[in-house]
Design a protein around this ligand. Structure first.
Ligand code: VGL
Length: 187
């Protein structure tokens, strides 16, 4: 029985100065790093990354910021890199998603090391039964990843202060939705 921390999409493009910067991105990156440096009890730490090559209508020149977005997190670009404040030496594996289509959930991602292992398979191999979710954006990828984690049968907690929304109200609604779906929201 292991406990995992899933860091969702703490990438430059989702932080201030990035093409899809969320207001609290830098703060959340710093605070997640404090958690990584603390005496936490996570057995494994993984990260998801939006990793777009040609994601079709996910990118738009007239984005609505709900279903369509400015170009962001292009594979191997500076914008797709993890925020520099996150000590990546603590991250055991990356799960990349969205190469050719929109992919909000980390559970759609494949391990960067072999290009194939899915997040759920990797967590199960590591005997993970409980996950804590943090990252960006609360109202999109954190929501989708946490919902899928519940569906996969993990005990799920979301650390609210370590998540940054695109839209504050939608972010709050996402946390309520997750709580109703059975997640523990740590405030
Ligand atoms: C995300 C908007 C578009 C996210 C990804 O990581 O939450 N948000 N693509």
């Amino acid at each position: 029985m292991s406990k995992a921390l899933i860091i969702v999409d703490v990438q430059n493009d989702f932080c201030p100065g990035g093409s899809l910067g969320t207001e609290r991105g830098d703060e959340v990156a710093r605070e997640i790093n404090e958690l990584l440096q603390s005496e936490h009890d996570y057995d494994v730490i993984v990260a998801t990354q939006d990793w777009h090559i040609d994601p079709g209508t996910h990118f738009s020149e007239q984005p609505d910021f709900v279903d369509t977005w400015p170009a962001h997190c292009v594979a191997d670009s500076e914008g797709a890199r993890m925020h520099p404040d996150v000590d990546v030496s603590k991250i055991r594996e990356y799960f990349r998603k969205g190469e050719y289509t929109a992919a909000y959930s980390g559970f759609e991602g494949h391990a960067a090391s072999d290009g194939s292992t899915l997040l759920a398979q990797w967590l199960n191999d590591a005997a993970v039964t409980e996950v804590h979710v943090v990252g960006i954006a609360t109202d999109h990828c954190v929501l989708a990843t946490s919902k899928d984690a519940l569906k996969e049968g993990y005990a799920v907690s979301v650390i609210a202060d370590l998540c940054s929304p695109v839209d504050k109200n939608r972010g709050e609604s996402a946390l309520i939705e997750l709580e109703e779906a059975g997640a523990n929201i740590i405030r």
